[in-house]
Ligand binder design. Structure first.
Ligand code: NAD
Length: 355
């Protein structure tokens, strides 16, 4: 059993802990939190040992009726792998803590790429993380772009990617973020930082990205134009993407015309927290003209990186190859949406579309 500690138990951390708990070859060694808020009570209910991320705040937990198993150093010492899910920038500060206990660490996309030996997307570069002590799972947007680039590159070759990223202003609980009533080019400078981040996975890829932020919390939406190295048909690209277990090609006829209905779809299916781990590509939007491919996809920022964190742990511990790990993660979490909603069980668990 790989004992996994989760440091930082917010949007990403709580999902990573639940995903780890679902793996037959992993267990949650514990989670570290800064404060005994509602998420701390949920962690206790789920049976995750609680550690104080800031030792001086440990008394706050006992005052709130939460028993702690110790402080974060003890969690790091007791874990085979630590997954850092703290806010952007804190992960880099925690690096020396993990190194001092020789505990391999997974960082998140809010950190710079220099925080780890390699950036990671399971579909694209699993091998680069084999046996690594530090790995950075790239951001939600970079994960979403990488999952599309990998099969296109392998099948047709990619000459150039141009992507416009319409990003949610904040997650549902982030009530201090915005905009509330505006449409922001963000960053205003072109290109945005997303293209260089994708190049941490595909170093020789030619890619330019532009970003916006809008008053939404649901998902990001990407408008993609990819110039391929050979002529393609939309039908061929569609078939290719339908064969990708972490890409859901939304069938025409379901009436899913936006991110809101996608989230309803996931909630109706009983997905935990309404999560959509897959890239959601609108089937009708897949269009080609010569070597140019166009499509729209929606990315659930809170959850698409979760299966990637699980695979990163297996890569670092050298406990499975890419195909074995991806298949196991998909099966245990229920990643992979079949086009037909009748394919959902009441529990929301579905078999991978390519099973
Ligand atoms: P979050 O704010 O929801 O959660 C972070 C948690 O860490 C909070 O519970 C906070 O109290 C806690 N924390 C703060 N300081 C800490 C410390 N010193 N030690 C331990 N815990 C501490 O943040 P998040 O959205 O889960 O983001 C975590 C990381 O994941 C960031 O790098 C972010 O860029 C990345 N990420 C976020 C998203 C997203 O959309 N939310 C998507 C992909 C990647």
């Amino acid at each position: 059993m790989i004992r996994v500690g989760v440091n930082g138990y917010g949007t990403i951390g709580k999902r990573v802990a639940d995903a780890v708990a679902a793996q037959p070859d992993m267990e949650v060694a514990g989670v570290a939190k800064t404060q005994p808020n509602f998420e701390a009570h949920t962690a206790v209910e789920r049976g995750y040992p609680m550690y104080a991320a800031i030792p001086e705040r440990a008394p706050l937990f006992s005052e709130a009726g939460i028993e702690t198993a110790g402080v974060v150093d003890e969690l790091v010492a007791d874990s085979d792998v630590i997954v850092d899910c703290t806010p952007s920038g804190i992960g880099a500060e925690n690096r020396s803590l993990y190194a001092s206990y020789d505990t391999p660490a997974v960082f998140q996309g809010g950190e710079g790429s220099d925080v780890a030996e390699t950036s990671f997307n399971a579909r694209s570069n699993f091998e680069d993380a084999r046996g690594a002590d530090t790995v950075r799972v790239v951001s939600c947007n970079t994960t979403g772009l990488s999952r599309i680039v990998a099969p296109l590159e392998e099948t047709y070759g990619v000459e150039k990617v141009r992507a416009t990223l319409v990003r949610r202003g904040g997650d549902p609980g982030q009530n201090s973020r915005g905009p509330i009533n505006d449409i922001l080019p963000d960053p205003i400078d072109i290109p945005s930082h997303h293209g260089p981040d994708v190049k941490t996975i595909f170093p020789s890829l030619s890619i330019e990205t532009m970003g916006l932020k809008v008053p939404a919390t649901l998902m990001h939406v990407h408008a993609l134009n990819v110039t391929l190295e050979s002529d393609v048909t939309a039908a061929h690209v569609r078939q290719l993407l339908e064969g990708e277990s972490r890409v859901y090609v939304i069938p025409e006829g379901l009436g899913i015309d936006g991110a809101g209905k996608l989230k309803d779809f996931a909630l109706d299916a009983g997905r935990p927290r309404g999560d959509l781990w897959e890239n959601c590509v609108w089937g009708e939007s897949i269009a080609t003209e010569g070597r140019d491919l166009y499509l729209f996809q929606a990315i659930h920022q809170e959850s698409d990186v979760i299966p990637e964190n699980v695979d990163a742990i297996r890569a670092m511990t050298d406990s499975a190859d890419a195909d074995e790990s991806i298949e196991l993660t998909n099966r245990t979490l229920g990643v992979g949406l079949a086009g037909d909603p009748a394919g959902f069980s009441r529990s929301g668990r579905v078999e991978a579309a390519d099973d």
